[in-house]
Write a protein that binds this ligand. Structure first.
Ligand code: CP
Ligand code: NVA
Length: 307
């Protein structure tokens, strides 16, 4: 281990409020095609995927290439981590070859351990606890739609999962109003919620109609996340009444947008009429993964400043 001259991105609060604003400015320049630098030319990103992915894998790989670098896709079938090689050893070895590591895995503690032993920046591409790159992309979409995040009410309907926890972390840093509706037993992480409540108006209810009332952004996600597939039937029962459909959307602000990190299950957490309807911004949201992650890599691996 070194004295860590670099920084990681494991969760949204790893950036300060000011840094997040600057990061969105940089990502927005990238989105508009105004940023053409190659700050990671000659550098390599290792991408460890212990779970499946479409968006995260492709957007990181394409983003690395667009910034002048190269990305390596590593699945548990390919690397010894899948056969029990310790995370600490993997971190130390990869650090001798690559300039950054992105990881998607189960336990958040594994990502923290990887970061502790790596001598290069580590980026969280989703854990059971949080999905920070996704919520930054969602926030960029809110900015793109409304001009700013300030003064917007965000509603979260459904599972208090990694996405809900990252929205709570975002409210902690950015101070917007967040209304969550989750069934009993599916609440978000209590510690993250408590920390954020000192900095933002956050409500937790069982009633989706209450949460969406007046919201500018209505968000949901699958009822069974990766690794919870065997709970699907029980969850379908427990989440009855939590489908985001047109009648629920009508309680939101007249200019409200719908977001979903994808993949989506039409007819479960969201009705097709909503995700495929005029208020849905899910394709912009998916595109914005590319822009925010490029901004993160340019800062962590390429020397871009957030000042
Ligand atoms: N939203 C998201 O992270 O998608 P993937 O699982 O396809 O990467
Ligand atoms: N909550 C979902 C998000 C997928 C991008 C999961 O963890 O599977």
């Amino acid at each position: 281990m070194t004295d860590r001259p670099h920084r990681d991105f494991l969760a949204i609060p790893d950036f300060s409020t000011l840094e997040l604003t600057k990061l969105f400015d940089l990502a927005e320049r990238m989105r508009r095609g105004e940023y053409t630098s190659k700050p990671i030319a000659g550098k390599t990103l290792a991408m460890i995927f212990m779970k499946a992915s479409t968006r995260t894998r492709v957007s990181f790989e394409v983003g690395t290439y667009q910034l002048g670098g190269h990305a390596l896709f590593l699945s548990p079938r390919d690397v010894q981590l899948g056969r029990g090689e310790p995370i600490a050893d993997t971190a130390r070895v990869l650090s001798r070859y690559v300039d950054g590591i992105m990881i998607r895995t189960f336990a958040h503690a594994e990502v923290e351990e990887l970061a502790r032993y790596a001598d290069v920046p580590v980026i969280n591409g989703l854990t059971d606890l949080v999905h920070p790159c996704q919520v930054l992309a969602d926030l960029l979409t809110v900015r793109q739609t409304f001009g700013s995040i300030e003064g917007r009410k965000i509603a979260w309907i459904g599972d208090g999962n990694n996405m809900a926890n990252s929205w709570i972390n975002a409210a902690f840093r950015l101070g917007f109003e967040l209304a969550l509706a989750c069934p009993e037993g599916y609440e978000p992480n209590a510690d993250l919620l408590e920390r954020a409540r000192a900095h933002a108006k956050i409500t937790l209810t069982r009633d989706p109609r209450e949460a969406v009332t007046g919201a500018h952004v209505v968000n949901t996600d699958v009822w069974a996340s990766m690794g919870q597939e065997e709970e699907q039937t029980k969850r379908e029962r427990d989440f009855t009444g939590y489908t985001v459909d047109e009648s629920l959307m009508q309680r939101a602000s007249s200019d409200a947008i719908f977001l979903h990190c994808l993949p989506a299950h039409r007819g479960e957490e969201v009705a097709a009429e909503v995700i495929d309807g005029p208020r849905s911004k899910v394709w912009d949201e998916a595109e914005n993964r590319l822009h925010v992650q490029k901004a993160i890599m340019a800062v962590l691996m390429g020397g871009e400043k957030l000042t």
